[in-house]
Ligand binder design. Structure first.
Ligand code: BGC
Length: 450
């Protein structure tokens, strides 16, 4: 019988994690502190005062983890480098032991034919840089980030061929410096907060250049952005057009700026006198062409056409809208299709990856030790069918990184939310593949949604 959802041969099947969420070993081998170390230790910030001190202990268990990835047939692993592990004070003195760790992890992956995809920044800013000049709120961060990017490229680019500069701009700029939600939990005046966004963009562009300038061979560079995926609520021509307009405007502070090299008029109007200050040289750096765009997609923005100046309306979802086991994950598999389609049709992006998609589920280990996560299975199956739609319609969607390989430290939720396809027992640190790991492994083996 012909299989329905077959993918192209070179489609990349991966999983993703991030340093602070899985590594642990926060005081080992010369690692410096990051803003997440101090933040997670502030009483009342994280669920039941959990911290990433031990996390999944991947720092010590990476060999077993890579062996498990290999047994599942994974083709790629997206991990992030802890900046303060390799540069304990963020700049200056290099910690060789920190670099050695990423060498070993890279080599281990390659020995199992798993492609390492490196993210340079996934929120764990060196504390020293926060203390020295206010971290991302200062323009000084730009050169430090570029130097750090050069360091990692020099060390790894003989083996690592794909780099993500930055993970999710809004989460560490807005939530960190404007809304007091994530580390470093500040509430800066809007003028500084919007400049923080701009600094992050400039750091991204400078890092793209630093990576290319220092690469030991051909490398590809992109970013991993949690753009607002605008889904036409009913697929009419009018609504599709409205969704494209909304996609540009809703992502104006970050993705649109990177892909167009300018801030939209609406964004500048909305931010008014608090809006970003920039030069045209900076905009050129920000919009240095990327080789691919990674999308981290977890929830939809439903849009329809409107007879208004902006031409679209963002719809409120009803309270009964289906969600997974964490409030922000509202289920609509179409985000993956529309994400890829918009990137091609609006900005002609040559290559798109889903750099994160997945969900928290209320996993329970049965008496026999199994984790039967049928709800996550439903979520993933439907989402991968939507990936398939994008691929089969010819959009350049080249790979999918499931979030996450394993349960891990879910930021303010601590260990209370489980996103992995591999279960982690936080008392024993034992890993147990869930039902979805078995299923994903079959998907990869068959190169088809099964
Ligand atoms: C982040 C991850 C996080 C995941 C689930 C993304 O926003 O990049 O670090 O764990 O979503 O919340």
């Amino acid at each position: 019988m012909a299989q329905a959802y077959v993918f192209p041969d070179n489609f990349l099947w991966g999983t993703a994690t991030a340093s602070y969420q899985v590594e642990g070993a926060v005081d080992e081998d010369g690692r410096g502190a990051s803003i997440w170390d101090t933040y997670s230790h502030l009483p009342g910030r994280v669920y039941e005062n959990h911290t990433g001190d031990v996390a999944c202990d991947q720092y010590h268990r990476y060999k077993d983890d890579v062996a498990l990835m290999s047994s599942l047939g994974l083709k790629a692993y997206r991990f992030s480098v802890s900046w303060s592990r390799v540069l304990p004070t963020g700049r200056g003195t290099v910690n060789e032991k920190g670099l050695d760790y990423y060498d070993r992890l890279t080599d281990e992956l390659l020995s199992r034919n798993i492609e390492p995809w490196v993210t340079l920044f996934h929120w764990d800013l060196p504390l020293a840089l926060q203390n020295a000049y206010g971290g991302w709120a200062s323009r000084e961060i730009v050169d430090d980030f570029a130097d750090y990017a050069a360091l990692i490229t020099n060390r790894l680019s003989d083996r690592v061929k794909n780099f993500y500069t930055i993970n999710e701009f809004a989460c560490f700029t807005d939530y960190g410096y404007k809304d007091e939600v994530l580390a470093p939990a500040l509430r800066l005046p809007l003028r500084e907060a919007y400049q923080t966004r701009h600094n992050a963009l400039l750091a991204h562009g400078s890092a793209v250049r630093a990576i290319r300038d220092n690469a030991k061979g051909p490398v590809r560079v992109g970013l991993a952005e949690n753009s607002y995926p605008c889904v036409p609520v009913v697929e009419t021509q009018e609504n599709i057009k409205a969704a494209e307009t909304a996609m540009r405007e809703m992502n104006a502070p970050f993705l649109t700026a990177v892909l167009e090299g300018r801030y939209t008029e609406r964004y500048l109007n909305d931010t008014g006198e608090n809006g970003p200050r920039w030069t045209s040289d900076e905009m050129e750096i920000i919009s240095t062409p990327v080789d691919f765009v990674g999308l981290n997609l977890y929830f939809p923005v439903h849009v329809r056409a409107a007879d208004s100046e902006q031409g679209y309306e963002v719809l409120d979802d009803p309270a009964s809208y289906p969600k997974m086991n964490i409030p922000f994950i509202k289920i609509n598999p179409e985000i993956l299709y529309w994400g890829a389609r918009h990137l091609k049709n609006i900005w002609n992006v040559p290559s798109v990856y889903i750099s994160e998609n997945g969900c928290a589920a209320g996993d329970k280990q049965s008496r026999t030790g199994e984790i039967i996560d049928t709800d996550r299975l439903f979520y993933l199956k439907t989402h991968l069918k939507s990936v398939h739609r994008a691929v089969s319609e010819g959009y350049p969607l080249h790979g999918y990184f499931l979030w996450s390989f394993m349960d891990n430290f879910e930021w303010n939720y601590g260990y209370s939310k489980r996103f992995g396809i591999v279960h982690v027992n936080y008392e024993t640190l034992e890993r147990t593949p869930k039902l979805t790991a078995e299923w994903y492994s079959r998907v990869i083996a068959k190169n088809a949604v099964v």
